[in-house]
Design a protein. Structure first.
Length: 207
């Protein structure tokens, strides 16, 4: 007597259940991989942003600290640009292209030529460019406290850290600030690949 073989295959219900389980597993694996990749990319961008911020602030800080107070002057332009002469360096923030550059003071870069329209591109700033990711920037000369005495009573008076005059440079309106304080505050917002970091540091002109 011949033994009958069991050739029965998967039923439709079993096939559907198997496919559903497979889809759940594949979906879970895909979700895990996507989340891990997204987390890695986010962490990588954040690290890049922090490195960019650290590098910019280090260079800006060195340029200010090694300056000479007697030669320092700050131009604040109505269009959001800033030029800071420190006596040894020229720091230029160009709001049109979110760029900040540093030049040697003797490199024939001054408020007259650095703000011409030809400088409003990253390529034109390349020689001194330190970053093209600074979406906001401001330079400010900090105020200071002055101790006074009236009728034997001592008091402290907070004074503005600069004198100011209106000037026109290369056809652009600006405020020229001459420091009476040796403390320069630099505030920046750095944006890279959709992430932003804000910094605010105060540097002392040592000479």
């Amino acid at each position: 007597m011949k033994k009958r073989l069991n050739n029965k295959g998967f039923s439709l219900i079993e096939l559907i259940i198997t496919m559903a389980i497979s889809l759940v597993i594949v979906g879970a694996v895909f979700t895990f991989i996507y989340s891990a990749k997204k987390s890695y990319n986010s962490s990588s961008v954040r690290n890049e942003l922090q490195q960019e911020s650290t590098s910019i602030n280090k260079l800006v800080g060195e340029a200010i600290r090694t300056g000479n107070m007697d030669d320092t002057k700050l131009y604040v332009f109505d269009n959001g640009d800033y030029i800071l002469h420190t006596g040894t360096k020229v720091l230029y923030y160009c709001s049109a292209v979110d760029a900040i550059a540093i030049y040697d003071e003797e490199a024939d870069v001054d408020a007259q030529n650095v703000t011409l329209e030809s400088y409003q591109t990253v390529d034109a700033l390349r020689d001194g460019l330190i970053s093209k990711y600074v979406t906001e920037c401001s330079f400010d000369i900090e105020g200071f406290e002055l101790e006074t005495e009236t009728d034997g009573t001592a008091s402290k008076d907070v004074r503005q850290g600069y004198t100011e005059s209106e000037v026109t440079v290369a056809g652009k309106n600006a405020k020229l600030r001459t420091p009476e304080s040796n403390m320069i505050k630099v505030t920046m917002k750095i944006t890279k690949k959709g992430k932003t970091e804000s910094t605010s540091n105060t540097y002392e002109i040592r000479n």
